[in-house]
Design a binder for this molecule. Structure first.
Ligand SMILES: C[S@@+](CC[C@H](N)C(=O)[O-])C[C@H]1O[C@@H](n2cnc3c(N)ncnc32)[C@H](O)[C@@H]1O
Length: 232
C-alpha cells in the first residue's frame, strides 16, 4: 500500500506494536498499511458513514486482513470497548471542531490511551486548546505538504501542566521550538501570514467598531510570524 505524504507521516508517527483505532478511516488505507508493514498487530477502522466504510471493508476483505483489522460503523470513539485495549487513536482529515467533539464524547477512558495522532484540516488552535484543557500534552508536531496544501499533525500524550498562549495555539508549540529550518514550517508561516493580514485588513475595512482585543490578537500573530520568518 503506497500512502500519500500526509498519510505516510501519520503512519510514521505510530509506535511499533501498538493497537490502533483509526476513527474516520474512510478508504481504510492507513489501517491496511499499518498491518501490512507490521507496525501494528491490530487496527480498529471506524467511520460514521456506511458508504466510506464499505470501501474500507472491501479493501480489508480483498486483502484477507479481516483478522487484523476490525471495520466498525459508528460515531467517533463509541465504536471502541475497554477490551479493545487501544493504545493509539488517529483522527485525521476532519475539521478541528469534529475532532474535539469526538474526543469529548468518548465511551472509553482516554487515560488508557498512550498517544493521540490528530490531523485537523481547519481550526487547529481549537484542537491544541482542547488538549491542554483535557490533560494532554503536545509531544510533537509535524508538517507535510501535498501540492500547495500543508497539513499539520499533532502528537499528544496524557499529561498536565502546559499552558499555551495564543501564538502557540495558532502556530504550534513544538513547531515553534524546532531548531531546524523546516521548509514546510516556513511555507505554513507564510501561508498563515497572508491569511491573518487579510483578516486584519477586513477588520479595518469593516464598518462596525473594531473590538481592540480581537484586533490585537491578530496583530500579535502577524508580528510573531514576521519575527519567526526573519530569524529562519
Ligand atoms: C475526509 S475523510 C478522512 C479520511 C482519512 N482519515 C484520511 O485522513 O484520509 C473524513 C472521514 O471521517 C468520517 N467522519 C466524520 N465524522 C465522524 C465521526 N463523528 N465519527 C467517525 N467518523 C467520522 C467521514 O465519514 C469521512 O469518511
Amino acid at each position: 500500500m503506497k500512502l500519500t505524504p500526509r498519510l505516510q507521516t501519520i503512519a510514521d508517527s505510530v509506535p511499533n506494536g501498538c493497537i490502533v483505532a483509526d476513527v474516520g478511516t474512510d478508504h481504510g488505507y492507513l489501517p491496511v498499511y499499518l498491518v501490512e508493514e507490521k507496525i501494528s498487530p491490530y487496527v480498529i477502522a471506524g467511520d460514521v458513514n456506511e458508504k466510506p466504510l464499505e470501501k474500507a471493508r472491501e479493501l480489508v476483505y480483498s486483502l484477507k486482513l479481516q483478522e487484523k483489522i476490525s471495520v466498525r460503523l459508528g460515531d467517533g470513539l463509541h465504536i471502541l470497548e475497554e477490551d479493545d485495549r487501544v493504545e493509539v487513536i488517529i483522527l485525521a482529515g476532519m475539521g478541528g471542531k469534529t475532532i474535539c467533539g469526538i474526543l469529548e464524547h468518548q465511551s472509553v477512558s482516554t487515560a488508557e490511551i498512550k498517544l493521540l495522532i490528530l490531523q485537523p484540516m481547519v481550526d487547529i488552535s481549537m484542537v491544541r486548546r482542547w488538549l491542554g484543557e483535557n490533560d494532554f500534552i503536545i509531544t510533537d508536531e509535524k508538517i507535510t505538504r501535498e501540492g500547495k496544501h500543508f497539513y499539520e499533525i499533532i502528537l499528544a500524550e496524557p499529561g498536565t501542566g502546559e499552558q499555551l498562549d495564543d501564538v502557540q495555539l495558532e502556530l504550534g508549540p513544538r513547531l515553534l521550538e524546532k531548531k531546524v529550518n523546516d521548509p514546510h514550517f516556513r511555507g505554513i508561516l507564510e501561508h498563515k501570514l497572508r491569511k491573518y493580514k487579510i483578516i486584519l485588513e477586513n477588520l479595518k475595512r469593516s464598518r462596525q467598531e473594531i473590538e481592540p482585543q480581537k484586533y490585537n490578537y491578530w496583530v500579535r500573530l502577524v508580528d510573531r510570524i514576521q519575527e519567526e520568518l526573519e530569524c529562519r
